[in-house]
Every structure is written in structure tokens, then in C-alpha cells.
Design a protein. Structure first.
Length: 314
């Protein structure tokens, strides 16, 4: 894995890539990724903070990289993302089969290189309107924490880079490995909702209660039917108020949140147990194997048996 370090890089973003991917280990204790930083010119690179970092490698390391991650350099990303050899190097890496990912405003660099044309992408919510105006051929989704187009991925603000990295680890090696990395880093393995919940509203609505207790109650009952009326009742709200408040707090509807939690439960059961698919579907609250198959296919692109073979059959 190559991490492209550019002038003005955000130190947090550079560090989190190394921290998360460098902390992914196999059950036998072997590192699952080799993470290498590179720059246009090896040597000291000025960061967005009051210190520089010394990068030992040039862009030639992209020739052997299976994944390339580009952290943001906010002072230049929207001004001159196409400067220098980085966009061309990213295109060449993609043509060789590498997976390309950006954090925060580094999405401008990927778009400038043409890697996002006709694709869904995201960036920091403060930059989404400018991004959409500059790259009309990109389908900008300002509501999500990250967008996964398979071989090209983008994330929102820098903390969303953590969500993206954990998602990539989960996609590569399963929920158990990603969960272990998250626990040791003391971050949630999967954050609810999207970046819409972090956008400041001009007049914040006073809030005397929360939907958190209802979410905790639902998590204990994923194997059973959970109705919207029941959730609203746990929060002592009307269904209409609860639905609005739930979306404000998580960025998604209650139904979408429940489905996502059930998919995560099913993934863990497929990875960690030998339960038949029908039993996994029941314990995750999908009821039938057909329903589980449809939801898992929509979420991760594979059927339950194929998912289990990937992460349990190694």
C-alpha cells in the first residue's frame, strides 16, 4: 500500500492510514499490509502543521502498490490539484490494477486525474458544492462518510478517513479483522449515518431527549421484528417526531439503520461461526435466507456462501 504525501498534507490523515492499515494482523500475527509513504521527491515534505515529515520513497513505489491512498493537502487541493506528476501517476497505477482512495479534499486530485468521471464520490461537506461545480461529470454524494466504487474510493472530512480505512480493511479481510483494528485504536468499527449529521444548522432545534436508548434496545433484538412504532415508543415520541430526530442524529432513516445493523450482524456470524445460512438469517433478523442474500448482495456485492468462503475458508 502506497500513501502519497504532498506538500501541505494533513498529518492526521497521513498518520491514520499507517495506524489503521499497519495495525491489521492475521490470526497468526502476520501483518496484512505493507504501508509505504512516497512523494514526488524523496526527502522533507512540509505538512499543514508546523513540522515537516521525511519521506524516503518517490512515486515509483506506485508501480508495485495494490492500493494507493491520497491524504488531503487542503491548502492546494481546490486550487491546483492537477499540478505536478501525481495525477498522472495515479492514472498509471489504476491502469495497472491498483485500487485508489482519497481522504477529504484529495478527491479533487482524483477527479482532476479523471478517475471519478461518471462515478459516485464524496468529499468534505464544505467543499461539495465547489467540487460538483468543477466536476459536473462526477455524481457527488454530500451525505455519506465515504463512497466505494470498487476500484476508486473517496471519503469525507479527515475523521471519515478512519471510516474509509476500516471499510477497506473489512472489505479485504472481514469484519473480525476490522473490528480488532478498531478496538485497538479505540474507534467505532462502523459509524452510523453520514456527514449530514455534522453539518451545522442555522437554528439548532432544542432537544430534550435522544434516540440512543431506542437504538440500544433495538440492537439487543435484531433477531426479532422491530417496528417503527416500537422504536418511537421506547423514546416516548410520536412516530413522526422519532423519524425526524433519528435522521438528525444518525443521518439515515430508522429502517436503513436497522438493515445496516442486521447486515453487520450477519457478516460477523458468517465469518465467525459455522451456522447454516438459514440460521444466520434468523439470528440477524432477516427471517429467510433469500432476504439475507438480497441485503448482503446489495451491501457487499456477494452472496452469503461466497462471503463465508472468502473470510472463513482461508
Amino acid at each position: 500500500m502506497a500513501v502519497v504525501v504532498r506538500e501541505g498534507v494533513q498529518p492526521m490523515e497521513l498518520g491514520l492510514v499507517h495506524q489503521l492499515f499497519g495495525g491489521a494482523w492475521s490470526p497468526g500475527g502476520e501483518p496484512l499490509y505493507e504501508v509505504v509513504s512516497c512523494a514526488v521527491e524523496p526527502g522533507p515534505v512540509v505538512t499543514a502543521a508546523d513540522f515537516a515529515v521525511v519521506v524516503a520513497h518517490g512515486l515509483d513505489v506506485l508501480e508495485d502498490a495494490g492500493t494507493v491512498v491520497v491524504p488531503a493537502a487542503p491548502a492546494v487541493d481546490e486550487v491546483r490539484p492537477g499540478d505536478g506528476p501525481v495525477p498522472a501517476a495515479l492514472v498509471a497505477a489504476r491502469e495497472r490494477g491498483a485500487r485508489i482512495a482519497s481522504i477529504c479534499t484529495a478527491a479533487f486530485v482524483l477527479a482532476e486525474a479523471g478517475l471519478l468521471e461518471g462515478r459516485r464520490a464524496t468529499t468534505h461537506w464544505l467543499s461539495c458544492e465547489r467540487f460538483a461545480a468543477r466536476f459536473p461529470g462526477v455524481r457527488v454524494d454530500a451525505a455519506v462518510l465515504y463512497a466505494d466504487e470498487g476500484d476508486v474510493l473517496t471519503s469525507a472530512g479527515e475523521a471519515a478517513g478512519i471510516d474509509l480505512c476500516l471499510h477497506m480493511i473489512r472489505r479485504d479481510h472481514g469484519a473480525a479483522v476490522a473490528g480488532d483494528v478498531a478496538r485497538r485504536t479505540v474507534v467505532p468499527p462502523h459509524r452510523e449515518g453520514g456527514q449530514a449529521q455534522f453539518i451545522a444548522r442555522p437554528v439548532p432545534e432544542p432537544r430534550g431527549s435522544s434516540t440512543a436508548a431506542a437504538r440500544a434496545w433495538a440492537l439487543e433484538r435484531l433477531d426479532r421484528p422491530v417496528t417503527l412504532a416500537e422504536l418511537a415508543g421506547r423514546a416516548s415520541m410520536s412516530v413522526r417526531t422519532f423519524t425526524r430526530r433519528f435522521r438528525e442524529e444518525t443521518g439515515v432513516s430508522p429502517q436503513a439503520w436497522l438493515a445496516g445493523q442486521r447486515v453487520e450482524r450477519a457478516r460477523r456470524l458468517l465469518e465467525e461461526t459455522d451456522l447454516p445460512v438459514e440460521a444466520v438469517a434468523a439470528r440477524a433478523g432477516f427471517g429467510t435466507a433469500a432476504s439475507l442474500r438480497a441485503h448482503l448482495q446489495a451491501a457487499v456485492g456477494v452472496a452469503p456462501t461466497a462471503y463465508r468462503a472468502t473470510f472463513r475458508g482461508r
